[in-house]
Design a binder for this molecule. Structure first.
Ligand code: ZN
Length: 425
């Protein structure tokens, strides 16, 4: 009996030791550097190793192949040649390792570079392909997004037809990609582009098949997490409700109301209210709504000089990022006033509206309802202000009424995305 007890205790002890080792498991990231200068060749190689065998094996294999090919091709050349390999490494959500390996070769004739990407799921101990992350519908969006980006950049060197061809929505066309908690990045080695090209898409614009906690790489801040469960049908009617000048004491109730009708909205907030309404803003994002920038303290933006304008916008961007780990991509200029200066000085998407509820002026909530119900059409952006009680009361009628008419209530970015998808079909 005593013997059994001892064996049992030893067993329990060793199991708990094993468990504590598993808990302490941290992904290691070491850089290996090889610098060689021989005869007519200079070689500088940096590549990562981790404590994950499968991943290390593939990277090492690729590095060896590049090295061997280089020696084979230029080893006997009397002209000077250079090989350089470098990489970029990031771990997202302590689970997904993203590596970009870049080969750069320079010789007497030309310069060439090529990228290789690796996305490895530590938990499943396997590499992820684009198919593991993105469904067919999402792929169409990515394809049209990339086409648009590249067309504006390379419109002088590539034709639309050629682009359509290289970037049609097939998984094979988008083999090179990485992601982190802020963006999804696609890379292209295609000889049609002069250099290696990358296109970044904000991670919140993409429905990944895997759960991602956004904004976790930002240190010392709250990490806001969007709980994505809304299904949007791009072929059904939809509108974007937008709320300016908040948050306020009514905003929480508006979010609850949106929730009740599976709706989301877009809140163009003022930077100076962010700290005070931190909890409300977190709730907003978690609920599926979007946050946009409406300046720091509502100065009339078209009247400001460039520096003051940039201060208004950037202060709001950084306070949102620092407080809740969220970075807006939309700007609604104060008073809906835009000029060329504003367009030139911001990279944010400028969003106005088609339907003005006049909720800032109309005192009776029924009048606000009548500005929307019966007037609104598919694709409209509706302007409201979440700083009035009457706006909340109007919404209590507007939401069920329009839902009954078959409308989906989406964010501005979701609306834009759906419009892209429709264009495609
Ligand atoms: Zn305003």
């Amino acid at each position: 009996m005593r013997k059994i007890m001892i064996i049992l205790i030893t067993l329990i002890l060793s199991i708990s030791i094993v468990f504590s080792i598993i808990n302490d498991y941290k992904i290691k990231n070491n850089v290996n550097t090889i610098i060689l200068k021989e005869n007519n060749m200079t070689i500088g190689i940096n590549y990562p190793t981790t404590n994950i065998k499968k991943l290390d094996f593939e990277i090492k294999k690729q590095v060896n192949t590049i090295y061997d090919d280089f020696i084979k091709e230029y080893g006997l050349d009397n002209k000077h040649s250079e090989l350089n390999i470098d990489y970029n490494f990031n771990i997202t959500n302590e689970r997904y390792i993203n590596i970009v390996l870049e080969k750069y070769i320079s010789n007497s004739k030309n310069l060439t570079s090529k990228l290789y990407t690796y996305v490895f799921d530590v938990k499943q101990n396997r590499f992820l392909t684009l198919k593991d992350l993105i469904n067919q519908e999402e792929l169409k969006y990515i394809s049209s997004y990339v086409q648009k980006e590249l067309l504006s950049k390379y419109k002088d060197s590539i034709g639309i037809n050629e682009l359509n061809n290289i970037l049609s929505p097939e998984y094979n066309n988008f083999k090179l990609f990485t992601f982190n908690d802020q963006k999804f990045v696609l890379y292209f080695n295609s000889p049609n582009f002069k250099d290696i090209v990358d296109v970044e898409i904000p991670i919140e614009n993409i429905n990944l098949k895997i759960p991602i906690e956004m904004g976790t790489s930002i240190q010392n801040t709250f990490k806001v997490k969007k709980i994505k469960n809304k299904v949007i049908d791009p072929n059904k009617k939809m509108i974007a409700l937008t709320f300016d000048d908040g948050p306020s004491k009514y905003t929480d109730k508006i979010i609850d109301l949106l929730n009740k009708y599976d709706a989301s909205g877009t809140f163009f907030v003022l930077g100076n209210k962010v700290e005070m309404y931190k909890e409300t803003l977190i709730k907003m994002v978690e609920q599926g709504s979007e946050i946009g920038n409406h300046s720091y303290n509502h100065k009339w933006l078209i009247k400001l000089n460039k520096d003051d304008f940039l201060n208004q916008v950037n202060q709001t961007q950084s306070i949102l990022k620092n407080t809740i780990g969220y970075t807006p991509t939309l700007l609604r200029p104060t008073y809906g006033s835009v000029n060329d200066e504003i367009k030139k000085n911001t990279t944010l998407d400028i969003i106005l509206w088609n339907i003005d509820t006049l909720d800032w002026k109309l005192k009776n909530y029924k009048d606000i309802v009548n500005r929307v119900v019966g007037k609104v059409e598919d694709g409209d952006i509706v302007l409201m202000h979440d700083i009035h009680e009457r706006t909340l009361k109007a919404l209590e009628i507007i939401l069920p009424k329009l839902k009954e008419e078959g409308y989906q209530f989406v964010t501005v970015s979701e609306l834009k995305k759906a419009q892209e998808l429709r264009k495609y079909e």
